[in-house]
Design a protein around this ligand. Structure first.
Ligand code: GRF
Length: 199
């Protein structure tokens, strides 16, 4: 099985996925990093790990259609079976999601369906919830919405700050995402409607 990671940022999840693959947590080839930000830290991490980097800058294409067509070309060229979104800060078109239905997974730093969006950790902290967490899910046409694969709760204590909560959530992400990938790679995820069961 061949995996492409899509990322736009520092790439701590990317690094955790690479480390998990090296440790044999799952058996798949990390074949490609697709990144839309030339200055993203994830690019250096991929190069160090010997993972092929494809940089696709949205502004180099006249429209979203052409931008995504270039990504599809790369996915086909590298014979990708699973797309792992790890902080890719762009919504994929409905057409793209339909083409790769149940072959794209994402990680989100809250217990979905609570606190969707780009500021989930701070939003949960500011709201005053006592429990938040991490979700690994399939990607569908709506943002932070598709069928849920794995979730792990994180308690928020009186002494927490947004920074301490964020650090704890990232630590959990780095364990949970490789487990989600492992379940996919081993064919253990069965989807019925929007419910995913683990066989
Ligand atoms: C993570 O918090 C992930 O949940 C969200 O984007 C962030 C990416 O962080 N989707 P990193 O680039 O992997 O460090």
């Amino acid at each position: 099985m061949r995996i492409a990671v899509f990322a736009s940022g520092r790439g701590s999840n990317f690094a955790a996925i690479i480390a998990a693959a090296k440790r044999g947590i799952f058996r798949a080839n990390l074949s490609l990093l697709v990144c839309d930000q030339p200055k993203a830290g994830v690019i250096a991490k991929a190069k160090r790990a010997g993972v092929k980097v494809v940089l696709v800058r949205r502004e180099d294409f006249s429209g979203k259609k052409d931008f995504e067509a270039q990504i599809v070309k790369n996915i086909q060229e590298y014979k990708i079976d699973l797309i792992v979104m790890a902080g890719f800060m762009r919504m994929l078109s409905h057409e793209f999601v339909r083409r790769y239905r149940f072959k794209i997974i994402n990680i989100h730093p809250s217990l979905l369906p609570s606190f969707k969006g780009a500021h989930a950790i701070k939003d949960a902290f500011d709201y005053g919830v006592k429990v938040t967490g991490v979700t690994v899910h399939f990607v569908d046409e709506e943002m932070d919405h598709g069928p849920i694969i794995l979730q792990q709760a994180v308690s928020i204590s009186k002494s927490d700050t947004p920074a301490s909560l964020e650090a704890r959530i990232h630590k959990i992400e780095h364990k949970l995402y490789p487990l989600g990938i492992k379940l996919f790679v081993e064919g253990k995820l069965k989807i019925r409607g929007r419910k995913v069961s683990i066989q």
